[in-house]
Design a protein around this ligand. Structure first.
Ligand SMILES: *Cc1c(COP(=O)(O)O)cnc(C)c1O
Length: 387
């Protein structure tokens, strides 16, 4: 079933996740899209391409299947798969900006995204400034005449801040800038930014989309056909494409995205409730808690609240580091979104590159990626680590 199937819009998310872009193989009937581990394609006479394939940087059938699937899941016209989330971001930003343009970035974001703005693109004369995107008025105040992009990450990494996508989309429309939403934490199962007015959705497919901590990948989805063409042109011109096996792994992960996100969300809600009652914990950051500043917006724009929970340790940085070291079932490691639970200290690990900037994270912060193990085992491990 390809995404241009006349009835594809009739299918629900869970059905699209398994079928969109993935016809049975025409030659063999293979139910799963094969891994086309190939660089070049025989032409039937010069320029006689079969199915449009000539060279796998430009297009590869396994990647095409994933790209059509990604587009269907976000309700966009175009999906593009990259070698990593940061490769996707870099392609997007170099497609839509030029020297002298300005980008509004959030005051809480993935550390690598911030590094891309602050250390790489800034050298090519792309200006940036920081706004607290949880307040749409603050975004409006940060917009300049040369603002090309407003960048939002919601829920944000690692503070789980919530930005009202529809409200910021309004600011973007007014100012003639593009709204980009990094939807990595929510996944398209929990949140549909294009439907709320975003122009482009960004993913690290390394996380929930892949879901098994076995692949690094990234994606862009847009409903704007012209922008989609420009992005595809730059994807080929810059070359950071997803390889066939990586594309296949992400597609395999996506088939179970819905059931995994339901279980991640259920387990994370239990973990957040446990931490909220714990004497060693000063703050729990989880948008599913009614006490969370963004709870009402999260209820409005998310189907459930996802698997990421952060908390602050009452006894400070060293105590937070020790909790990370003592946990056993929660594996100490970077990344997130896999079936197995992970724990980390953002200040010294994932967000070390934001130290000294407006995006610096609290030193007593611990971030959990709550997996889909038995929640009782997870709670017992946290209880022991916090003792
Ligand atoms: C991991 C991550 C990225 C970067 O993706 P890579 O696949 O590691 O390049 C971007 N945004 C968010 C929110 C992330 O968690």
């Amino acid at each position: 079933m390809s995404t241009n199937h006349p009835h594809s819009h009739d299918y629900a998310f869970e059905t699209l996740a398994i079928h969109a872009g993935q016809e049975a193989d025409p030659q063999t009937g293979a139910v799963v899209t094969p891994i086309y581990q190939v660089s070049t394609y025989k032409q039937d006479g010069v320029g006689g391409l079969r199915g449009g394939y000539e060279y796998s940087r430009s297009a590869n059938p396994t990647r095409t299947a994933l790209e059509q699937n990604l587009a269907a899941l976000d309700g966009g016209r175009r999906g593009l798969a990259f070698a990593s989330g940061l490769a996707a971001e870099d392609c997007l930003l170099r497609t839509v900006t030029k020297p002298g343009d300005h980008i509004v970035i959030p005051n809480d974001a993935y550390g690598g995204t911030f590094r891309l703005f602050s250390k790489v693109l800034s050298r090519w004369g792309v200006e940036w400034s920081v706004a607290d995107t949880q307040h749409p008025e603050a975004v409006r105040a940060a917009v300049r005449p040369n603002t090309k992009v407003i960048w939002v990450e919601t829920p944000s990494n690692p503070l789980l801040g919530i930005t009202d996508i529809a409200a910021v989309a309004h600011v973007a429309k007014e100012s003639g800038s593009l709204l980009v939403v990094d939807n990595t934490f929510a996944s398209p199962y929990l949140q549909q930014p294009l439907g709320l007015g975003a122009d482009v959705v960004v993913y690290s497919t390394t996380k929930y989309m892949g879901g098994h901590s076995d692949v690094v990948g990234g994606a862009l989805v847009t409903d704007d056909a012209t922008l989609g063409e420009e992005l595809a042109y730059h994807q080929n011109a810059m070359g950071a494409v997803a390889g066939p096996f990586d594309a296949w792994l992400v597609m395999r992960g996506i088939k179970t995205l819905g059931v995994r996100m339901d279980r991640h969300s259920e387990n994370a809600a239990r973990v957040a409730a446990f931490l909220a009652e714990h004497p060693k914990v000063s703050h729990v950051l989880y948008p599913g808690l009614p006490s969370h500043a963004g709870h009402d917006v999260a209820v409005k724009q998310m189907k459930a609240f996802g698997g990421m929970v952060s908390f602050r340790h009452k006894d400070g940085e060293q105590a937070a580091v020790e909790v990370c070291n003592r946990a056993t079932l929660f594996t100490l490691g970077e990344s997130l979104g896999g079936v197995e639970s992970l724990i980390e200290h953002p200040g010294r690990m994932t967000h070390a590159s934001a130290a000294g900037s407006a995006l610096e994270v609290p030193a007593d912060l611990v971030r959990l990626s709550v997996g889909i193990e038995s929640v009782d085992d997870l709670l017992a491990d946290l209880s022991e680590a916090l003792r």
